[in-house]
Design a protein around this ligand. Sequence first.
Ligand SMILES: [Zn+2]
Length: 252
Amino acid sequence: MLPERIEEWQGRTVVCFGAHPDDDLHAAGTFARLVDRGNAVHLVMYTNDDKGSMDRSITSERLAAIRKAEQEAAAARIGVPREHLHWLGHRDGELEYVDRRLLCRQVTAILRRLRPDAVFSFDPGARFEQWHKSDHRSAALATVDAIRAAHWHLYFPELLTEGLEPHEVPVCFFYDSREPNYFVDISDTIERKVAAFCCHVSQFGRRLHRYESELHPEDRARFEAAIPAYCASVGEPHGLAYAEAFRRSTEH
Ligand SMILES: [Zn+2]
């Protein structure tokens, strides 16, 4: 029987589906807590993030390689090993143009293979139409569609011949939600969340415009203040020093 509070889990498996490397930062403090208690955390990245730079000297190929290395470094900061990173390799910004059946089958196979006790992803709920990033909208919907397909054996029956038996995901934690109903105390892991964020050098601050391999010191100082301040604002109404917010759902 799964404890209702994920903070009490031990020896379980969770899988986070992000559109890009860095999307899992929404839950990085929670993942560090789960790793501390012996749970396996897997991160799936739908895209290779090969477009998000303002640096006119950079190519998509180089950017994808940079983003992959940054994600590996960030994951290591929260205790997730490289072999728990899964790259689907779709093009940044173009996820909604990928064949939906192929995408659903791809994610269904991952769910049936890893058999997670919980899935983390963007909230596919009311706000999705407002999201400026189509990949986030697309990833959220692809994830919940695959959760359904993973559960029912008549979806993609060819997966059965590969030994991928149906799997029901017991609970989802949706991040970036307008309707959060679950708050995780990340007071013990906020420093690791900040450290993970700061590994994504090419995504933020001055390096977004002109890439160098280290954050500008002023940007680093700004992030090291802003992220704890935001997490404090999330936790404050709930009596928590630092928190991450989710919409917990068992109806999906
Ligand atoms: Zn993203």
